[in-house]
Design a protein around this ligand. Structure first.
Ligand code: COA
Length: 177
């Protein structure tokens, strides 16, 4: 999989992260405990953690294992969140996060739709999927809005470390061609 380094939607530019993004990622959402409630990672306590994270983002692009994008609002070039796509054979999966001040404006469905459209245009990708905690209603709505189908409940699928130490039930959503 070789996704483009930038993808444009109506209101957003998705682009490969650069190290200078770390400060905005930290300030905008990475230390926000509301944003990180259902994330796989814990809130960042210092900008150094965010710098390490962005360095990792750049590295995974280099070794083509994962493709994280920062979401830039085109109107004012504000960094508002991130989305990531990963490929495993004929399947690709997504993860995403948005600054709390930007919730409810439909930005994430716009970004998710763009990556789904790109992925399903690739000859070797047949399925795009994602999971979310069964209580993460906002994420459920994102996936439903872009036409992903709920395929079932993955029992004890994932540890969301900011909620509990034990693995929790998650919904599996997917769209295929
Ligand atoms: C999930 C998330 C990316 C949604 O992005 P978004 O761009 O706000 O998506 P939408 O604008 O389509 O809103 C989706 C739902 O969020 C909820 N929502 C909207 N505004 C909200 C707000 N201010 N506070 C809480 N929830 C809100 C609503 O249920 C909405 O559904 P509706 O449009 O049917 O009312 C965002 O809430 C987020 O970053 N959450 C924290 C990180 C996370 O959970 N990531 C996903 C892990 S699987």
């Amino acid at each position: 999989m070789k996704p483009p380094q930038t993808i444009e939607t109506q209101r957003l530019l998705l682009r490969k992260p650069v190290i200078d993004d770390a400060r905005l990622i930290f300030e905008q959402y990475a230390q926000d405990t509301d944003v990180t409630k259902y994330t796989s990672w814990q809130p960042h306590k210092s900008i150094g953690e965010t710098v390490n994270f962005v360095n990792r983002c750049i590295w995974v692009w280099t070794n083509s294992s994962e493709f994280p994008y920062v979401l830039i609002r085109k109107g004012d070039t504000q960094l508002v969140g991130m989305i990531e796509i990963r490929q495993n054979k004929h399947k690709a999966d997504l993860g995403y996060v948005l600054a709390k001040s930007e919730w409810g404006k439909g930005y994430m469905p716009e970004a998710v739709q763009a990556l789904i459209d790109w992925a399903l245009r690739q000859d070797d990708i047949y399925r795009v999927w994602a999971f979310c905690d069964v209580e993460n209603e906002a994420s459920v709505r994102v996936m439903e809005k872009v036409g992903m189908h709920r395929e079932g409940v993955l029992r004890r699928w994932f540890i969301h470390p900011n909620i509990a130490k034990e693995p929790r039930d998650c919904y599996c959503y997917a769209v295929s061609k």
